[in-house]
Write a protein that binds this ligand. Structure first.
Ligand SMILES: Cc1cc2nc3c(=O)[nH]c(=O)nc-3n(C[C@H](O)[C@H](O)[C@H](O)COP(=O)(O)OP(=O)(O)OC[C@H]3O[C@@H](n4cnc5c(N)ncnc54)[C@H](O)[C@@H]3O)c2cc1C
Length: 251
């Protein structure tokens, strides 16, 4: 199955294959939304970043998503409150709200044309017997000081029993957004290589050496943003941000 977001881009920008050995501050493995977001923030701080992507920018999970930007991940807050308590549920909510703000800030600051628009998010059911779950989620969000409401109308072309409606969520064209991040990165003393597969990385004294298509990239840090780790790892810092997970290695 193909992706509308990928297929609707004309003149998809393709970066070259790695062609030599390189040195940089941070080597990022994976050019999906995680790797590109890391690359954006780090190159903005003046670090030299190299992103290596085995295919093309954003063509894997990130380019095949539903394109929504929301902190409402199905019915999660009732579960978080009951399982992890108020402080942890609130922390999850605030981190995800901040991520929406961050994406909007990047779009505005860098003038990325990616069809961003605020939209309400609905979690609906067509079954009367499931309404208790919707009401429990609404109550959980009220306990976390969020203004959400129960509705029985939606713009869906079929009848629903009811839904949680959450304002100020958003949608965008994720591939346009990622290509905007890639433009920023390559305009700021950093590089992106496509068709370039990292096969290994090792620490040698104070630096990492990443092997990519047989070439070597020396760096102070490595970020594995390949969605699934491609190498067995022992020391990790795990970061999470709006469905974005990455593994970050540091000295
Ligand atoms: C159907 C679907 C819908 C979704 N909808 C949403 C949504 O609406 N909103 C939301 O926030 N999240 C959504 N998600 C989740 C979200 O899309 C993912 O969490 C996010 O895109 C993951 O981004 P990533 O950069 O980690 O992974 P990816 O986009 O998969 O990027 C990883 C990249 O690493 C590259 N790579 C892998 N191994 C190597 C290697 N050895 N060397 C070099 N490169 C390598 C891959 O080619 C790939 O491009 C959805 C997910 C799915 C599956």
């Amino acid at each position: 199955m193909s992706s509308y977001w990928i297929d609707s881009i004309e003149n998809y920008k393709k970066y070259n294959k790695i062609d030599d050995n390189y040195e940089c501050d941070v080597c990022i493995i994976g050019g999906g939304i995680t790797g590109l977001s890391c690359g954006y923030y780090l190159s903005k701080e003046g670090l030299k970043v190299i992103i290596v992507e085995k295919d093309y920018i954003g063509q894997k999970v990130s380019g095949n998503s539903t394109a929504k930007i929301t902190y409402q991940h199905n019915l999660i807050y009732d579960y978080l409150l009951k399982s992890y308590g108020h402080n942890n549920a609130k922390a999850y909510l605030e981190a995800n709200k901040k991520a929406i703000t961050n994406i909007k800030d990047i779009i505005d600051t860098e003038n990325i044309d990616c069809d961003f628009e605020y939209q309400p998010n609905y979690v609906y059911t067509t079954k009367q017997e499931e309404l208790t779950k919707i009401h429990a989620e609404i109550q959980a969000l009220h306990n976390l000081d969020e203004e959400v409401e129960f509705v029985t109308d939606s713009s869906l072309p079929f009848k629903i029993a009811g839904a949680l409606k959450n304002e100020n969520q958003a949608q965008f064209q994720p591939v346009k957004y990622m290509l905007g991040l890639a433009d920023f990165i390559t305009n700021n003393n950093s590089l992106i290589f496509c068709n370039s597969t990292a096969s290994n990385f090792d620490k040698d004294k104070d630096e990492y050496i990443t092997t990519v298509n047989g070439y070597k990239i020396k760096s102070k840090y490595v970020i594995v943003a390949s969605h699934y780790p491609f190498k067995k790892i022992t020391r990790i810092l795990l970061c999470k941000n709006v469905s974005i997970y990455f593994l970050c290695f540091r000295n």
